[in-house]
Design a protein around this ligand. Structure first.
Ligand code: GLC
Length: 480
């Protein structure tokens, strides 16, 4: 089976978040199942340093007017045989950002999306390789499903699968933007229109043969008003074709036994010496006093509403005044939250260190050096950070939602397999209560060690997910 991933991000070539990680690692697991997977991604400015080979033929995109010349350039995903086709059109993609710059979202994002999705239809004529399934990721690739349905090749069946990584981002525009796509006019009313506005993700939900999202719990949640971001009715309508498949993580790149960023390797079967060395190293790096008998909590996150770190901010002074716990925060996003963490770090320099920005190696040292990892997301389609934390022996404390509910087995309920803590209500008091429980567990060294070992040995490889995707592809092609 030939599968073409269409995505705006593919790690490590271009990444802003978890979507890039998934598109950079799932194809490798699918390849191990003998699927021929290739990836189509725009040639963003940040990808221009790669070695590529150009296809000679050019083609024209831009809806019916076909005003833009485009080219394909081929490279490979590093350390794999997975081909990546970059779509080159400098007018659309040679920009400092992927979706936005410091002025906000690019205003021509709809044209940039249509350019990418229309190009997927040229893959066969340019490369000679025919996809059986077009696998579109998120709003930026969602209209691939409409382009496929609009085209009658007269050849064998080709199918589309849409994966929703985060329903909050839908890609909005106007009727005029839609007209620019060159898609059949009746697609406006049947799929792109949502209360007079163009909605790119909705078009994918209507047109895809099958829809997946990144955890079983999220696949249920998004059919409700609370989590549906206004698309719950469309998702309920397509409910029979919608499944949740839990993301894995790249176990080679995230392996605490062979991670150069760490001060010491961590052995999942006997973690105490490695964890201790990593904790001391992290405290030293963060200029915090070394106190191994005190629990150390970590956060690695983008700072914005979805992630719920405002809940932590509300209870931090209580925690700092009433307990001895220490905290390390790495994140960026909302200036209010950034400043709030920095101010607390100034006020409690022995207890909390805050680093604003993103730093992959430091993130790894935080996963490895902390005893607990806090992730209070309001919603979380899958969440990768809690899986990275578990793999590096930091016990997760998460809100019971989406993929967090599917990966964390809470202490208390399932004692033998417990690997972390969950709280239900998205309220500061609920988070405080569960953090206090965690502190309590930390002082019961035997029990803490059991929970930590379960976290370290949580099965998070891509193998199972890849099998499930293979089934979804066959299901999509079967037409049933
Ligand atoms: C998005 C989601 C996150 C998920 C990731 C990869 O970033 O917010 O929960 O893990 O996509 O699917």
């Amino acid at each position: 089976m030939n599968i073409l991933f269409v995505s705006p991000e593919v790690s490590p070539l271009v990444r802003t978040g978890g979507l890039g990680d998934v598109v950079g690692s799932l194809p490798i697991a699918l390849k191990n199942l003998n699927l021929d997977v290739r990836i189509l991604c725009p040639l963003h400015r940040c990808c221009k340093t790669r070695d590529v080979t150009y296809f000679e033929d050019t083609f024209q995109i831009g809806g019916r007017k076909r005003l833009l010349h485009a080219k394909l350039a081929e490279t490979r995903l590093p350390e794999s045989e997975v081909p990546v086709y970059f779509l080159e059109n400098d007018f659309l993609y040679d920009r400092p950002g992927i979706y936005a710059d410091n002025q906000g979202d690019y205003r021509d994002n709809p044209s940039r999306v249509f350019g990418l999705c229309e190009s997927a239809m040229f893959i066969e004529s340019i490369t000679g390789w025919r996809p059986d399934v077009f696998h579109a990721h998120d709003w930026m690739a969602a209209p691939v499903c409409a382009f496929l349905n609009a085209r009658d090749t007269g050849k064998g069946k080709q199918a589309s699968v849409l994966t929703i990584h985060n329903l909050e981002h839908q890609g909005k525009g106007t009727y005029e933007d839609f007209v620019g796509s060159g898609l059949p006019p009746d697609y406006w009313g049947s799929s792109f229109d949502r209360f007079g506005e163009m909605n790119l993700l909705k078009s994918g939900i209507q047109h895809a043969d099958k829809i997946t999202t990144v955890s079983p719990t999220y696949a249920q949640e998004i059919r409700t008003e609370e989590f549906g971001h206004g698309l719950e009715e469309s998702l309920k309508y397509r409910g029979a074709d919608l499944v949740g498949i839990l993301n894995g993580i790249d176990q080679d790149s995230w392996n605490p036994q062979f991670d150069n960023s760490l001060a010491s390797p961590i052995d999942p079967q006997d973690p105490s010496a490695g964890k201790k060395a990593c904790k001391i190293d992290l405290l030293r790096e963060m200029n915090l006093p070394i106190q191994s008998e005190v629990p150390l909590f970590g956060v690695v996150s983008r700072l914005y509403k979805q992630k719920g770190l405002d809940l932590l901010l509300e209870i931090l002074s209580a925690l700092l005044n009433e307990t001895k716990a220490q905290f390390v925060i790495l994140g960026s996003g909302s200036k209010t939250e950034e400043n709030a963490f920095l101010n607390i770090a100034k006020e409690f320099p022995d207890r909390l260190a805050a680093f604003i920005g993103f730093d992959d190696a430091l993130a790894r040292r935080i996963f490895a050096g902390t005893d607990f990892f806090i992730m209070p997301s309001r919603f979380e389609p899958c969440g990768l950070a809690q899986q990275y934390a578990m793999r590096y022996g930091s016990v997760p404390i998460c809100r019971k939602t989406g993929g967090l509910a599917d990966t964390v087995q809470p202490v208390g309920k399932s004692q033998n397999s417990a690997n972390g803590f969950l709280f239900e209500r998205s309220e500061p008091e609920a988070l405080l209560e569960v953090i206090n429980k965690a502190i309590h567990l930390f002082h019961n060294r035997k029990l803490y060690a059991e929970v930590q070992k379960n976290a370290l040995n949580f099965p998070c490889s891509w193998e199972c997910a890849a099998e499930e995707y293979r089934e979804v592809y066959s299901w999509a092609l079967s037409g049933s």
